[in-house]
Each structure stands twice: as structure tokens, then as C-alpha cells.
Ligand binder design. Structure first.
Ligand SMILES: Nc1ncnc2c1ncn2[C@@H]1O[C@H](COP(=O)(O)OP(=O)(O)O)[C@@H](O)[C@H]1O
Ligand SMILES: [Mg+2]
Length: 467
């Protein structure tokens, strides 16, 4: 018998001889036996010994066997004990035994082979029932712990069972859910996979808007002996997921827009720079040359006019220098012709001359060729970082390092000035934002290390593998 432990049986009989014979037969059949001679004793032992089964004589001196059986079955602690009712041949016994809730009955004199066979069958049945009950508990717990709303519907669309999540979502409006038709909750329509599954008898799934929330709904038909007996209906709430998806799409569109804006801005700067350099600057140069010629052709007597012309020529040359510098700032053509290292060094020299701040520029181990978009990104980030250090930090020195290391191209711009709080959202300006956008476009990584009183350090890194 189960688990190798001998099952305990309580034999209740006021006739000592028949109790003895029954007990011997049961011990031989592999049971542990307890004995009781009265109803009161039987009830007490049922509680203390917790036998698997009780063999109960109908006629006891104190309480009738039927009463004893009824009390055993009424007490939740002893209700699961199998009771086998035994009585002398009398027409009323089966009815009385059944009335008391006995699991089986036998008429005395009892055939012991039949008795042990019935007992074993009863215990097997009880074991199977316990297993079924435990499985039902497991199933119920699993069903209710599922995060999605799940309902079982019959072939006609009526809800047979539903889990806690389902009740939570639909319970209030739909009242007592089991027994209701699914159309009371969600209208039958082509979008509803349950409607389709009950018709096509195949697994169906789709996204559905139900009561202002989005669900991924699916219906799985349940196959029975004679075709489809119903379906499992699962509703997974994807409202938050949809919001996140929408945000991601919006982010992607915004990113694409920023990329297009940065490219358009660079193209426009390049066009303007060329225009200033090639057209305006050429004309200014011609003007200066023309004035110089005039100057030389004047007779010595016109000294005053010559002085005036010299001053005019100098101003034309100054304007020409300004135009060239502006053209250069707009788009450093030197970047394309002489490369990133030369362009940055020249920019540093120009800022040092203009501001008087000492700028130390170092470069090491640069690759022979750097793609234009990456070079422009490094140049613009350095330009913004140097401008920021010169404008905001109050530092008297800026250190710039451009190098390739560990398979990456790297740039550092550092100052030991007053620093700033990078988390402060009230800071105005587009410099840092556009830096980050430019770096994102070349799949690089930008780190801004700073804090009030800590100086500022901008680190840019782009993998050379993508180059
Ligand atoms: N190197 C720096 N030292 C001190 N403060 C800085 C530095 N770089 C940036 N900041 C601070 O961050 C702010 C935002 O910079 P940025 O986005 O480039 O805009 P803008 O330079 O136009 O003000 C600056 O106004 C300044 O307060
Ligand atoms: Mg700035």
C-alpha cells in the first residue's frame, strides 16, 4: 500500500470474539489495527489515531453505528476517513449506512477476503481523491497567479471559469462572470479572436481595444471527444507596452529629424563659407589691390588723399581678414584638406590669440584617414567644448588631447575652472545638447565629467571599427 507504511484501520465492534477475528484477518492482510468496543471509544480513537479507515459495527451499546459514522463525517478533522459499515442481515442496514455517510457496507457474517478487498479499494479511491484534490489546488493557484486575464469558455461561448485577473478587469461590470456569455463582456466581432476561434476551431490571436485598454487577445480551442468543447481565452494587457512603443517611434522620428537638421545646418554653413571666401573675399581683395594702385598713381602733391587711400586699403584688408575668419569658423575647409589634427591645432592657436587663454593641444597616433562625418563631429565637439571653457569656466588654461587608443578615436577637452552642475535643467543653451546629438549620429560615446568647483572634462570616444 502507498508509501510502504501499513495503513491504520480501526475495528469497532462490541462483540469481542468477532472483533478479534476481524482484527487478525486485517493484520494478516498488512494493516495496522486499532480496536474499540463502543461508539464513544470509536469517536475518540478516530480523532487521536487518525486511522485511514473504520470498520463499524451497526449495533453498539452506547451510540448507534449510523450516528458514529455521521459524527466522523461531520467533523472536518475526521471527514476523510473511509467508513465501512457492517451489520447483521437486515433490510434497513444499507439505507441507514448510506444515510450516515458510510463509504461502503457489508452484511455479517463478513467474508474476510471480501472485507480486505473492499478496504483496499476504498483506500485506493481515497488516495486518488486526495491526489485529485491537491492537483485541483495547484491548478487553481497557478490559474490565479497568471498575470494575464484567462477564461475558459464552452463551445457556445459561455464562461465556465475565469481567473482573478480576469475578474479584476471585467468583474465589476459583468457581475458574476461564470455562466455569463463572453459577448456580455466583449462584443462578438471579426477582431475578436474568440469569435473566430469558436468558428474556425483553430488558434486565433490579435490586438484588441477593450474598455480603453489594449490587449493581445488569443483563443485556443479545447479539443474533446466529439470535436471542440470550448476555448481558453487569454487577454494580455499591452497598454503600457504600446505607450512605450509609441514613445520609441516618436524618439526615432525626433532622432531622424535632428540628424537631418544637423546635416542641413552643416551644408548651409559650408555653402555660406564658400560664398564668403570665394566671392566676397575675392572682391574685397580686388578692392584693396585697386586702392593700392590708385595710391601709387597719385602725384606727390596729393599726400593728403594718399593717406586717406592707405587708410581705406587697410580697412578693406581688415574686412577681408574678418570675412576669411568667419568663413573658416563656418566651415573649416582645412579639415577636409589637411585633416582633423591640423584643423584642431589651428583652431586652438586662433582661440589662444583671440582670448589670451593658454591652450595646450596634444595629439598622438592618429589613423591615416578619418571619415568626414567623424572628423566633423570631433571638430565640432572640440570647438564647442573649447568655447564653453573659454566663455564659462574662468580657467586660464585648457588642455586638449586627441589620440587613438584601444581601437577607438578619443578626444578630451579639460579645464580646471569653476565647473557646473550637469543635472541642472535650468541651464540654457544648445551647445551640450547638439554635442550629444552629433556624437549619437556617429555611434560614439560622450561623457561630461564636472561639478561645481571641479572643473570640466569632456571625453569623446568613437570606435575605429565602424570607421
Ligand atoms: N567648461 C565649462 N565650465 C563651466 N560651465 C560650463 C562649461 N561648459 C558648460 N557650462 C555651463 O553649461 C551651460 C550650457 O552650455 P551650452 O549648452 O554649451 O550652452 P551655452 O554655451 O550657449 O550657454 C553654460 O551656460 C554654462 O553654465
Ligand atoms: Mg556653449
Amino acid at each position: 500500500m502507498s508509501g510502504g507504511v501499513e495503513p491504520v484501520v480501526l475495528v469497532v465492534d462490541d462483540t469481542q470474539a468477532s472483533r478479534y477475528v476481524t482484527s487478525c484477518a486485517l493484520r494478516q492482510a498488512g494493516f495496522q489495527v486499532r480496536e474499540a468496543a463502543t461508539g464513544t471509544e470509536a469517536l475518540a480513537q478516530a480523532k487521536t489515531d487518525r486511522p485511514e479507515a473504520v470498520i463499524l459495527d451497526a449495533n453498539l451499546p452506547d451510540i448507534s453505528g449510523v450516528q458514529v459514522c455521521r459524527q466522523i463525517k461531520a467533523d472536518p478533522e475526521t471527514a476523510s476517513i473511509a467508513v465501512l459499515h457492517v451489520s447483521a442481515a437486515c433490510a434497513a442496514v444499507p439505507a441507514a449506512g448510506a444515510e450516515g455517510g458510510a463509504d461502503a457496507y457489508l452484511v455479517a457474517p463478513v467474508d474476510h477476503t471480501a472485507l480486505t478487498a473492499i478496504l483496499k479499494a476504498l483506500l485506493r479511491a481515497r488516495e486518488a481523491e486526495e491526489k485529485a484534490q491537491s492537483m485541483a489546488c495547484d491548478w487553481e493557484a497557478t490559474f490565479n497567479s497568471v498575470h494575464d486575464a484567462v477564461a475558459l469558455v464552452d463551445a457556445g461561448g459561455k464562461i465556465r471559469r475565469c481567473n482573478e485577473k480576469f475578474k479584476l478587469i471585467f468583474g465589476e461590470a459583468a457581475g458574476v462572470l461564470p455562466g455569463r456569455h463572453y459577448q456580455d463582456i466583449v462584443p462578438a466581432c471579426q477582431q475578436n479572436p474568440l469569435t473566430r476561434a469558436l468558428r474556425t476551431k483553430a488558434h486565433e490571436t490579435s490586438r484588441q481595444l477593450i474598455r480603453d485598454r489594449w490587449f493581445r487577445a488569443s483563443a485556443h480551442p479545447i479539443a474533446g471527444g466529439n470535436g471542440i468543447t470550448g476555448a481558453v481565452w487569454i487577454l494580455c494587457d499591452i497598454t503600457d507596452l504600446r505607450h512605450a512603443e509609441e514613445l520609441r517611434h516618436r524618439d526615432e522620428r525626433l532622432g531622424a529629424l535632428t540628424a537631418a537638421l544637423i546635416t542641413a545646418q552643416e551644408e548651409e554653413r559650408r555653402r555660406l563659407s564658400r560664398e564668403l571666401h570665394d566671392s566676397l573675399n575675392q572682391k574685397l581683395c580686388m578692392l584693396a589691390v585697386g586702392v593700392e594702385q590708385l595710391e601709387q598713381e597719385l602725384p606727390d602733391s596729393a599726400a593728403a588723399i594718399r593717406k586717406e587711400l592707405q587708410s581705406l586699403r587697410r580697412r578693406a584688408e581688415e574686412i577681408s581678414d574678418d570675412v576669411r575668419r568667419t568663413a573658416y569658423q563656418l566651415h573649416p575647409s582645412i579639415l577636409e584638406h589637411l585633416g582633423l589634427g591640423v584643423a584642431l591645432r589651428s583652431y586652438c592657436e586662433e582661440v589662444q590669440k583671440r582670448t589670451g587663454i593658454k591652450i595646450r593641444f596634444r595629439q598622438r597616433g592618429l589613423p591615416d584617414s578619418i571619415p568626414q562625418d567623424v572628423a566633423l563631429c570631433f571638430y565640432r565637439v572640440a570647438q564647442e567644448a573649447i568655447q564653453n571653457a573659454a566663455k564659462h569656466s574662468g580657467a586660464q588654461m585648457i588642455v586638449i588631447s586627441l589620440r587613438s587608443a584601444g581601437g577607438s578615436l578619443r578626444l578630451t577637452v579639460a579645464d580646471s575652472g569653476k565647473g557646473f552642475d550637469p543635472g541642472d535643467k535650468s541651464r540654457q543653451g544648445l551647445g551640450l545638447i547638439s554635442m550629444a546629438e552629433r556624437v549619437r549620429l556617429v555611434n560614439g560615446a560622450l561623457v561630461v565629467k564636472t561639478g561645481p568647483g571641479e572643473g570640466a572634462r569632456i571625453d569623446l570616444r568613437v570606435s575605429l571599427q565602424r570607421i
